[in-house]
Design a binder for this molecule. Structure first.
Ligand SMILES: [Zn+2]
Length: 193
């Protein structure tokens, strides 16, 4: 079940910090996004003591490349993540509820952790995920936010080898401010769910 956003505009929350505009290319195959290209966007945030929220990394990946990225994890690690996720959230009832309450108000879909429900305003670290077709957000399993706490639980389910592979991918993705990489080193790789 999914519904395409009637607005033909990527919501600001999913813009690239680097350019202040929607992302334009796949991080893996570098294809350019056209009107009907399907892709995912992931952005990782960190709140510092002053309350300012920094973007640690951001990237977009076309759906054709998603299996390649996931293939860097072992089958067992992938299954562990899927099982964990499915045990924590019922995506289709969450979709119905969100859609009824918030329709196309993207920020309301992503202002709390999908699993703990904690508001992102109160989170030190969180990531947001969205699926797009061209400029249009696809409301379905996405969009959502996940807290750092839950991401760490999921990373704990990966084998050492899978974690190493996913961390290798991290070097390919974009950090809007490279100095942040040094300020906030993280062993948390991007994880597509
Ligand atoms: Zn691609």
């Amino acid at each position: 079940m999914f519904i395409l956003d009637p607005n033909d505009e990527v919501p600001k929350s999913f813009h690239a910090d680097l350019t202040g505009a929607p992302m334009t290319n796949c991080v893996l195959c570098n294809c350019e996004f056209e009107e009907f290209t399907d892709y995912l966007v992931e952005k990782s945030f960190k709140r510092v003591n002053s309350g300012v929220v920094h973007t640690l990394f951001e990237y977009a990946i076309c759906l054709e490349c998603v299996p390649t990225m996931q293939g860097r994890m072992s089958k067992e690690s992938q299954e562990n993540i899927t099982k964990y996720f499915e045990s924590k959230v019922d995506i289709s009832s969450r979709f119905s509820q969100q859609f009824e309450e918030n329709q196309f108000n993207t920020d309301k879909w992503i202002n709390h952790c999908l699993i703990t429900k904690k508001p992102t305003d109160e989170l030190q670290e969180f990531q947001i995920y969205g699926q797009f077709k061209g400029n249009r957000l696809v409301y379905g399993a996405f969009p959502y936010a996940i807290s750092g706490q839950i991401l760490d639980e999921m990373i704990g389910l990966l084998s050492a080898k899978s974690l190493e592979e996913m961390n290798g991918f991290k070097d390919q993705i974009i950090s809007p401010d490279p100095t942040l990489k040094e300020l906030f080193p993280t062993n948390r790789p991007p994880i597509l769910i």
